[in-house]
Write a new protein. Structure first.
Lengths: 473, 386
C-alpha cells in the first residue's frame, strides 16, 4: 500500500480511529500487527508469510543467543541469523545478478554457460525489514538488548507499517521499549504527526513526482547525446527527486508513527547543506549509515586501526552500502565513489584541517558546493540503468557534447532551478538546528498558511500513486 | 563576539518576519541531537488543524465550482486500473474491442450487444499501440473469443519505446501485476470520480497547468507533443463518449483539437544521433517485424477457434488527408489483411459507413457513434459469420 494512495487514506483513518478507541494495550498491539500485515499483504499477500517466517526465525534465534552461555555458542547462533537473513536477501534480490556475473566469469575462462533466468519477484522492502530484524539478533549478541519474551511485540517491531517497506531502518532496540507501556493520546503530538505526514506527502507528490521526476526521466531516458545544460539539469532534477521522494517517505512514516504514539528517529537532516562527505552521511539516510557504522564499520576496526586499513574499511562499507541499494554494478560504483570521497576527505583533513583559513566562511561555502557537486556526480551512477547511459551523461555534463540535443523545455529548466535553489537554500538555513526548532519560530498564522497550501497542493496535484524510489531496494 | 558561522547562519535564515525567538522552554525541546522522544514544537496545533481543514475544504469546493463553471463534469479517468477491471471481465468466448481511441469513441456497446448477441468488452486504449493487447489475448490460452481490432497506421506501427507503445505495455503489465491495494484504490477513485469534476489529472492538475504556461523555449528544444484537452466522458465499462461542447459543429474546442492532431500524426524527423538512412532502415525493419508479430498473434488466436476482424474507423478533414498521404492503405491496410488472412472493414468502402463527420477530424460524436455502430453491425456479422 502506498502512502500516496486513496487506499492508504481509508486504511490509516480506520486504523488510527480503532487504535485510539481500544482501551486494552494488548488489543491495540494486536490491531497494529494485523494492520501492518494488511498493509504489507496489499502488495502481494504471499510475501506476508515470508515476512512472518523471517521474523519468527529471528525471534527464536534471538532467544538462543540470549540463552547461550559462552561467546562461541552465541556467535554460532548469530551466524545462523546473519546467514538466514542475508541468504533470503541474496536469493530474492541478488539471485539473477549473481548468476549473470557467474556466467560472465565462466566466459572469461572459455566456458559457455547459459544460466536459467530466475523469474523472481522482489518482495517490497525486503532490504529494510531484513535489517529491522537483523538488528535484533545483532544487538542481543553485542549485549545491548535483552531478548523479548513476546513474539507479538517482536513481530510488531519488525513490521510496524509506517516504517516497514522503506524505512527509516528502526532497530528493534529502539522500538521494543516503546511497547512496554501504552502511549497516551497527546493532542499536540497527534496533530504534529499529521503535519509531518502532510509535509512528507507534499514532498513526494508535488515536489518529487510533479516538479522533478518527469525531467529526470526524460534526460536519463534520452538515447542520444545531450548538451551540458540539459545533462546537469537532469542530474539536479534527480538529486532533488530522490531527496524529496525518500525524505518525504521518511517524514510521512515518522508522522504516521507519532499519530499512533510511537517515536522514530530522523532519517534526514538537511543533507544538501553538508560540508564534506562524512557530514553528508550524518545527514543522509541516517538510519542506514548508522546501521552500517555500528554493525559493519566498527566491527571491521573502524578508524581505530592503521590509516590504510581504516580507509579500506570505509571503502568496504560503502561498497556494501551501494550493493544494498540494488543488484547492479552501477550501484556498486555509486558506493565506491562515496567510499573514495570519504577517503579523500580524510586525507585532506590531515593536511588542511588545522590551517587557519580552513574554517572560514568562503571555504566552508566552497566545500559545501563541492560536496553537493560530487554527490550529484555520484547520483549519475545511482540513476543510470547501465554504464553506457552513465558515461553519456557524464560526458554531457563536462561539455563533451557541444552539439548534443537540448530536450528540456524552459519551463522544466525553471522548475528544476527553482526547486534546486530552494532546497539548497533551506538546507543551509537550517543546517545547524532541527526542523522542529525552525517550526517553533514560525508564528501560528504562517504554519497555518504553509499547511493549507501544502494540503491543497496535494489535492490539486492529483498524484498518480507513483511508487517511492526506495521501494525497489 | 559572534562567530562568522553564526552570522552566516543568520543571513541564510528565512526572512525574520516569519520568525520569533524560541523561548527558553522551547529551546530545551528543540535542536540536535534528537533524543529518543521526538520533540514536539510548541504551537496551538489543534486550532491550526481546524483552520487548515476549513481552508482546504473551502478551497477545494471553490475549485470544484470553478471547474464545473467552465464546463467540466464528473467522469471516470481512463487509466490502467480501470482497463484492468475490464480485462478481468474477459471470458474465453468474449467479444473484445481493442485498438486505439477510434474504437474507443466510435463503438457503442448497446448496439453491438443488440446486433452480435453478446455485450462486448471495451479494451481499446486511446493513443496506444495495439500489439501488446493483441499479444496478451493471443497468449491467454483460455481465450478463443472474437476480437474487433481498430487500425490506425501511425499507432499500429508505433516503434517500441514511443509513448503509444509504452502506454499499452504499461497497461497490460498492470493487468498481470495489479496489487490488491491498486485494485482497492481504483474502486475508491471511481466512487470519487463519479461525483467530483476536478479529478482530471490530464487537464486540471498542477502539472497540466504548468505544461500550459506560455513560456517560450530555446531554439531547437525538443518539446514533448501537446495532447488534446478533455473532450470525452467515460463510464465504468470504458465506453467513451465525446463531450457535447466538442461535438458542436465548428466549436472552438473541436478546432483546437484538430490542430493538435496534425503534429501528433506527423512523423517526427529522424533523431540527430542516428544517420537518416540507418533510422529509415530501422523503421522499415520495425514495421516488418510488427507485421510478422501480428500474423503470429492472429494465428495463435485462430488456432484456438478465435476470430478477429480489423476495422478502419472514420476520420475526416485535414487529418484524413495527412493519414492518407503518409500511410496510404496500399502500404499497410491491404498487406495486413493479406498477411493475416483476416477480414477487414474499411469504412470508406461502404457508402452507409461513409459520410459521417468527425467534429475534431478523428472521432465520432456520441450520437453518430451509435448510428455508425448500428450500420457496422451487419458487416461484422457477415465477416465474422455470426
Amino acid at each position: 500500500m502506498l502512502f500516496n494512495s486513496l487506499t492508504f487514506v481509508v486504511f490509516f483513518v480506520a486504523v488510527v480511529s480503532l487504535y485510539w478507541s481500544i482501551r486494552s494495550w494488548k488489543l491495540r498491539k494486536n490491531l497494529l500487527v494485523a494492520a501492518s500485515y494488511v498493509f504489507y499483504g496489499a502488495w502481494n499477500p504471499p510475501f506476508a508469510a515470508l515476512l512472518f517466517s523471517t521474523t519468527a526465525m529471528d525471534f527464536w534465534l534471538g532467544h538462543q543467543i540470549g540463552k547461550a552461555k559462552d561467546r562461541h555458542r552465541k556467535r554460532r547462533w548469530l551466524v545462523a541469523s546473519v546467514c538466514m537473513n542475508l541468504s533470503m536477501l541474496g536469493f530474492f534480490k541478488y539471485g539473477n545478478f549473481l548468476l549473470q556475473n557467474f556466467q560472465w566469469l565462466l566466459a572469461r575462462v572459455g566456458i559457455i554457460y547459459q544460466p536459467p533466468h530466475l523469474d523472481i519477484l522482489l518482495p517490497v522492502g525486503i532490504s529494510f525489514y531484513t535489517f529491522h530484524s537483523l538488528s535484533y539478533t545483532l544487538d542481543i549478541y553485542r549485549g545491548v538488548l535483552q531478548p523479548t519474551r513476546s513474539l507479538r511485540d517482536f513481530v510488531l517491531a519488525v513490521s510496524f507499517f509506517p516504517q516497514l517497506v522503506a524505512g527509516p531502518i528502526v532497530r528493534a532496540g529502539d522500538f521494543l521499549p516503546q511497547l512496554q507501556h501504552p502511549p497516551r493520546l497527546k493532542t499536540n503530538q497527534f496533530f504534529w504527526g499529521l503535519a509531518l505526514m502532510t509535509l512528507g506527502l507534499f514532498e513526494k507528490i508535488v515536489l518529487a513526482d510533479t516538479l522533478l521526476s518527469g525531467s529526470a526521466d526524460r534526460v536519463f531516458g534520452y538515447p542520444g547525446p545531450l548538451v551540458t545544460l540539459d545533462s546537469w539539469a537532469g542530474v539536479l532534477a534527480f538529486a532533488g527527486q530522490i531527496f524529496f521522494d525518500f525524505a518525504g517517505y521518511s517524514i510521512t512514516a515518522i508522522g504516521a508513527a507519532l499519530t499512533l504514539g510511537f517515536h522514530l528517529k530522523d532519517n534526514f537532516r538537511f543533507p544538501y547543506a553538508a560540508i564534506g562527505f562524512s557530514d553528508f552521511w550524518r545527514r543522509w539516510h541516517i538510519s542506514l549509515s548508522t546501521f552500517l557504522r555500528d554493525y559493519l564499520y566498527i566491527p571491521l576496526g573502524g578508524n581505530q586501526v592503521r590509516p590504510f586499513r581504516a580507509a579500506l574499511n570505509l571503502v568496504i562499507v560503502m561498497f556494501l552500502g551501494g550493493l544494498w541499494h540494488g543488484a547492479a554494478w552501477t550501484f556498486v560504483v555509486w558506493g565506491l565513489l562515496h567510499g573514495s570521497y570519504l577517503v579523500i576527505e580524510r586525507v585532506l583533513r590531515i593536511f588542511f584541517e588545522q590551517k587557519p583559513w580552513a574554517g572560514t566562511l568562503p571555504v566552508r561555502i566552497l566545500c559545501g558546493f563541492a560536496t553537493y557537486g560530487a554527490v550529484c556526480i555520484a547520483w549519475v551512477f545511482f540513476r543510470a540503468s547501465d554504464f553506457t547511459i552513465a558515461s553519456r551523461m557524464l560526458t554531457g555534463m563536462f561539455g563533451g557534447h557541444p552539439n548534443g540535443d537540448a530536450i528540456l523545455t524552459t519551463r522544466e529548466l525553471l522548475q528544476i532551478g527553482i526547486v534546486t535553489f530552494g532546497v539548497i537554500g533551506l538546507h543551509w538555513s537550517m543546517r545547524e538546528e532541527s526542523f522542529e526548532t525552525t517550526v517553533m519560530r514560525l508564528p501560528a498564522w504562517a504554519i497555518t498558511a504553509i499547511g493549507s497550501i501544502m494540503a491543497f497542493a496535494i489535492i490539486f496535484t492529483q498524484g498518480t500513486s507513483n511508487a517511492f524510489i526506495y521501494f525497489q531496494f | 563576539m559572534r562567530s562568522s558561522i553564526s552570522s552566516f547562519r543568520e543571513r541564510l535564515r528565512l526572512p525574520r518576519l516569519f520568525f520569533r525567538r524560541p523561548s527558553r522552554e522551547e529551546q530545551i525541546h528543540g535542536g540536535p541531537p534528537l533524543e529518543f522522544e521526538r520533540p514536539i514544537p510548541v504551537a496551538p496545533w489543534r486550532g491550526i488543524a481546524v483552520v487548515i481543514t476549513i481552508v482546504v475544504i473551502a478551497a477545494t469546493t471553490a475549485w470544484e465550482i470553478y471547474c464545473r463553471s467552465i464546463g467540466y463534469g464528473p467522469t471516470l479517468n481512463d487509466n490502467e486500473d480501470l482497463w484492468t477491471l475490464r480485462r478481468r471481465a474477459v471470458t474465453p468466448e468474449s467479444i473484445v474491442i481493442i485498438g486505439d481511441s477510434r474504437a474507443w469513441f466510435d463503438c457503442d456497446l448497446d448496439e453491438l450487444q443488440k446486433g452480435l448477441g453478446k455485450r462486448p468488452i471495451q479494451l481499446a486504449l486511446a493513443g496506444s499501440m495495439t500489439f501488446p493487447v493483441l499479444a496478451d489475448l493471443a497468449n491467454d490460452q483460455s481465450f478463443h473469443g472474437t476480437i474487433i481490432c481498430s487500425f490506425v497506421p501511425m499507432l499500429f506501427f508505433a516503434p517500441p519505446g514511443t509513448p503509444p507503445a509504452e502506454r499499452a505495455e504499461k497497461t497490460v503489465k498492470r493487468f498481470h501485476n495489479q496489487t490488491p491495494a491498486q485494485w482497492a484504490s481504483e474502486y475508491l477513485a471511481m466512487s470519487l470520480e463519479k461525483h467530483v469534476a476536478f479529478l482530471k489529472p490530464d487537464d486540471l492538475s498542477l502539472e497540466a497547468y504548468l505544461n500550459r504556461l506560455p513560456i517560450p523555449n530555446r531554439p531547437g528544444a525538443q518539446v514533448p507533443p501537446t495532447f488534446p484537452p478533455y473532450f470525452d466522458v467515460v463510464d465504468h465499462e470504458r465506453r467513451a463518449r465525446m463531450w457535447e461542447k466538442c461535438a458542436e459543429p465548428g466549436s472552438e474546442l473541436a478546432k483546437r483539437t484538430q490542430q493538435i492532431w496534425i503534429p501528433l500524426f506527423t512523423p517526427p524527423p529522424p533523431p540527430s544521433y542516428i544517420p537518416k538512412d540507418v533510422f529509415m532502415a530501422k523503421m522499415k525493419d520495425g514495421i516488418e517485424k510488427r507485421f510478422a508479430d501480428t500474423v503470429a498473434a492472429v494465428d495463435k488466436i485462430r488456432a484456438r477457434g478465435g476470430k478477429i476482424v480489423f476495422v478502419r474507423f472514420p476520420h475526416t478533414g485535414g487529418l484524413k488527408e495527412l493519414e492518407d498521404k503518409i500511410s496510404p492503405r496500399q502500404q499497410n491496410w491491404d498487406p495486413l489483411l493479406q498477411m493475416t488472412h483476416a477480414p477487414g472493414i474499411y469504412y470508406s468502402d461502404f457508402p452507409e459507413l461513409s459520410g459521417f463527420n468527425c467534429p475534431e477530424w478523428s472521432h465520432l460524436s456520441a450520437g453518430d457513434s451509435v448510428e455508425f455502430t448500428k450500420r457496422l453491425v451487419p458487416h461484422l456479422r457477415e465477416v465474422l459469420q455470426m
